[in-house]
Design a protein around this ligand. Structure first.
Ligand SMILES: Nc1ncnc2c1ncn2[C@@H]1O[C@H](COP(=O)(O)OP(=O)(O)OP(=O)(O)O)[C@@H](O)[C@H]1O
Length: 344
């Protein structure tokens, strides 16, 4: 099947500031890919390059098998105008036109014939806002405005929708709900999507695949569970989720750590092991002391002091330890080992 999007070796910059350094990214039809990265790593620039609002210094962009941008001189420098790329864009703040009704906003990218086919009402239904066409944007909640912005992007039935941190402006309570509604609408529409976010839980929770962007480079792309369970390095491992990192010395598949000898897959020598807080299990004992218990409802975080280091453990047990209680810490499940590089 032809991918909805292929980004190949894309370099892009602002005057005097290189931002993207050879990005490769493929999105399959109907797939939702999250681009996850910290502030300033180039997420928005990547979306703008795909949408046609930012020029490429090198590389190419294909949409649905069609070359829409190429900086390769042998191709004659292709640069298809944004409105001819067939891409829907949902900006950070929705950016609805305040002087138009909801229907006017949603129908903005459709020609007159398109507006008469009932497409506007169809996509409003898709985003869970049937009958809202006559309202003005200022009569909607923030979450509803974001869903109208998505309806506007979906109305011309694009093969690809680009979403630039579309939930950041919403308060935490609303964010999860709107996120689920938006992702459900994208799936119902069958559109492929690239969601840009700096929120790890959001990326891991909604995307089929996640590409981690660091300083303009994709350092790892994979299914959410791959990133969480098998990060390529400690930086990705600690970025995508809470982690416990311990110094280790490996010999014959056994790592000596502060938590004892742990089976690992890796070469002999020094390095560090990465564990997730839910892998640390507390038992009655004396090796560590409980310093703090934080109740989250669905589970709890327990901070224990072990040999002068504070370790973060997560437990779904209803029977929680008390602060000051002495415990032992056991490790469950696979342990990831990252050998020290020569310069460490
Ligand atoms: N118009 C501009 N002129 C010069 N530099 C810019 C411009 N816009 C962005 N930059 C720089 O390019 C880099 C990447 O910016 P970009 O907006 O793509 O990052 P981002 O990952 O989307 O960040 P954020 O999550 O903070 O929005 C940053 O270092 C930024 O300062």
């Amino acid at each position: 099947m032809t991918p909805a999007l292929v980004v190949r070796g894309v370099h892009a910059s602002y005057p005097g500031t290189p931002v993207l350094h050879g990005i490769d990214l493929t999105v399959a039809p109907g797939e939702l890919v999250a681009v996850l990265g910290g502030s300033g790593c180039g997420k928005t620039t990547l979306l703008r390059a795909v949408a046609g609002f930012h020029p490429l210094d090198a590389g190419s962009v294909e949409l649905d098998g069609r070359l829409v941008a190429s900086a390769d001189p042998s191709s004659g420098g292709v640069d298809v105008a944004p409105e001819r790329r067939g891409v829907g864009l949902v900006p950070q703040d929705g950016a609805l036109f305040g002087h138009l009704t909801v229907a006017g906003n949603v129908g903005f990218g459709l020609d007159r014939a398109g507006r008469r086919t009932g497409r506007v009402e169809e996509v409003l239904e898709l985003v869970g806002l049937p009958g809202y066409g006559r309202r003005r944007p200022d009569e909607l909640s923030g979450g509803q405005q974001q869903r109208v912005a998505l309806a506007r992007a979906l109305a011309p039935a694009p093969a690809l929708v680009l979403l630039d941190e579309p939930f950041t402006a919403l308060d935490a309570g609303l964010r999860a709900e709107v996120r689920e509604q938006v992702c459900a609408a994208l799936r119902a529409a069958g559109a492929a999507a690239v969601l840009v976010t700096h929120d790890q839980q959001e990326a891991l929770g909604v995307a089929d695949r996640v590409a981690v962007l660091v300083a303009g480079r994709v350092v790892q792309a994979g299914a959410p569970h791959e990133l969480y369970r098998a990060p390529v390095d400690l930086d990705v491992g600690t970025f995508v989720g809470e982690a416990v990192v311990l110094a280790a010395q490996v010999s014959a598949g056994r790592a000596d750590t502060a938590l004892g000898r742990l089976a690992v897959d890796g070469p002999d020598g020094p390095g560090r092991v990465l564990l997730r807080p839910e892998q640390l299990r507390l038992r009655g004992g004396s090796a560590a002391t409980v310093r703090e218990v934080i109740f989250h409802g669905h589970d709890s975080t327990v901070l224990v002091e072990h040999g002068g280091t504070v370790l973060r453990c997560r437990t779904a047990d209803a029977d929680l330890p008390r602060v000051g209680q002495r415990v032992d810490v056991e490790v469950a499940g696979p342990v990831l080992f990252y050998p020290s590089s020569g310069d460490q």
